[in-house]
Design a binder for this molecule. Structure first.
Ligand SMILES: NC(=O)c1ccc[n+]([C@@H]2O[C@H](COP(=O)([O-])OP(=O)(O)OC[C@H]3O[C@@H](n4cnc5c(N)ncnc54)[C@H](OP(=O)(O)O)[C@@H]3O)[C@@H](O)[C@H]2O)c1
Length: 253
């Protein structure tokens, strides 16, 4: 058995949402390094092009706002038109608007569910049928430990991520016979723009370090190996699972 037979993605095309920065950018670098052609999606074209500049395998950049009702369908159509086939879909784009219960207005709730969960569902619905026709595909849903455990000021975000994990299991049941695996990747606390506000609170920053067995925040690069594994040929028998990459946070109390 060779490393290529386990992890190689040559000849595969991967669409990664939220690839302009943070975790998505690191996943784009990793899947490119494994041989995939990467389609980077997000709202900010300039940042997407910066992220694509270091990639080797003829990357593509597509802009879309997944917060809008038509955003995911349009992105799926444009990705198919630009790249031909999508073999690996990484639903990574996400946002977090953490509020206390009484401050989560209807608009915040709807925006969170649309961006983090509905967009992932629609992209999967639109892009999976050709994977099934070809008998090979990978869907990776970037969820969160917040989909597994609770915390204050997290109800909408946690609901979106818990929904993603539940959706992952059911889609795995439905798509396994078509050669398409569906798994969730759950990061713990990772140093990105998403949590820059929380990290600037020193007490919170230190609390995460104290509570995480490896005693540090994660980096976007810490998520890369898991995504390569889940995308690769060697993970064909793994589906419906939640791979938690959190420095041990959720294993302890
Ligand atoms: N950082 C953490 O501690 C952590 C922990 C657990 C889970 N996660 C999850 O990991 C994923 C990536 O987060 P991150 O920490 O890397 O965050 P980030 O640095 O803020 O990046 C978020 C990415 O999502 C894109 N995005 C956001 N809203 C979008 C929209 N409406 N339409 C299209 N693209 C959109 C952003 O691109 P544009 O702004 O260019 O559109 C950006 O590329 C998210 O799903 C997040 O929930 C993160």
């Amino acid at each position: 058995m060779t490393l290529d037979e386990l992890f190689g993605l040559a000849g595969r095309t991967a669409l990664i949402t939220g690839a302009s920065r943070g975790i998505g950018e690191a996943l784009a670098q990793a899947l490119d390094a494994a041989g995939a052609r990467v389609v980077l999606a997000g709202r900010d074209r300039q940042r997407l092009e910066q992220a694509a500049a270091s990639l080797q395998n003829n990357p593509l950049v597509l802009t879309a706002d997944l917060q809008t009702p038509e955003g995911p369908t349009t992105l799926a159509r444009e990705a198919r038109a630009a790249a031909g086939t999508i073999d690996v879909l990484v639903n990574n784009a996400g946002g977090s608007w953490n509020e206390a219960l009484g401050d989560v207005d209807d608009e915040t709730w709807a925006r969170t569910i649309q961006t983090n969960l509905t967009a992932a569902f629609i992209l999967t619905r639109e892009l999976v049928p050709p994977m099934v026709d070809r008998g090979w595909g990978r869907v990776i849903n970037v969820a969160s430990v917040m989909g597994l455990v609770g915390d204050t000021h997290s109800s909408a975000y946690a609901a979106s991520k818990g929904g993603m994990i539940a959706m992952t299991r059911s889609l795995a049941a439905e798509l396994g016979r078509g050669g398409v695996t569906v798994n969730a990747l759950c990061p713990g606390w990772v140093e990105t723009d998403l949590v820059s506000g929380l990290r600037s609170d020193q007490r919170f920053e230190q609390r995460v370090v104290r509570r995480t067995p490896v005693r540090r925040w994660g980096t976007p690069a810490d998520m890369a190996a898991a995504a390569v594994f889940l995308s690769g040929p060697g993970a064909a028998f793994m589906t419906g699972q939640t791979l938690v990459v959190d420095g041990g946070l959720s294993a302890t109390w």
